[in-house]
Design a protein around this ligand. Sequence first.
Ligand code: SAH
Length: 268
Amino acid sequence: MHKTTKHKKPKLGQHFLRNTEILERIVKVAEINPNDKVVEIGAGMGDLTEILLKNAKEVIAIEIDPMLFKILKERFYGKENLKLINQNALNFPYEEVGEFKVVANIPYYITKPIIFKLLEVKNLISMTLTIQKEVAERLIAKPSTKAYSALSIIAQYYTKPEIKFYIPSSFFSPPPKVDSAVIKMEKRDKAPVEVINEKLFFRVVKSAFGQRRKIISNSLKSIVDEPKEFLTKIGIEPTKRPEELSIKDFALISNELAKFAKNNAKIA
Ligand code: SAH
């Protein structure tokens, strides 16, 4: 006989947050006002959705699980300012909804891909996300700390990330293995550094942190022919490790590389 696993979907990151006080606090820090369009990712049983509906003009709630989607349909029957979408949030066309804010208790297995995706969406105003504490700390991390990574740089290039408060795992049902944090990321009007070629900038950052223990001149080998000479010329110590370099340093490296792009087949 087969074991029945019908109600267990650990793969979908289903950890429900049903404490009204905390949900209201999340919506408060998200600064949702009556003119806002809000996208919620992973609506679950709709407890956060309900509070969002009271505060926003319109809510688009995305839920992948057909069983939960059915519960949401019944719970919010007749609500005109709610659009329920039964699909994978990673494939949703965010560019098509106009200006919006995201408020969500994210399924943790998609935290990084969904953040990377949303960061590039131009019509996004801000995102207020409940995520793993450890990832939240990486998002706000400064150079020369253990948490500083490619994610820190890319998030801080696009937004001003701020941890608003922590939520112990016992507040969720069932409780996840780790504690959570509510992070708000407001999109910047203007990047904090000037970058000539964003694609190249991200490539340099990712390749440097992909080889975290290597010194920067070694990790640039795949991108530039004589990395040591190149770095010395632009005033960056070639023996530095990626975590010792600021966003400004990475911008300088990628901008100087962009200038050489025409003469160097490795960049392009
Ligand atoms: N917002 C609810 C549920 C959070 S749990 C609450 O706070 O209680 C995360 C939810 O995301 C679950 O309902 C899960 O089914 C849903 N989910 C998981 N993967 C998803 C995906 N790729 N796209 C959309 N929803 C997803």
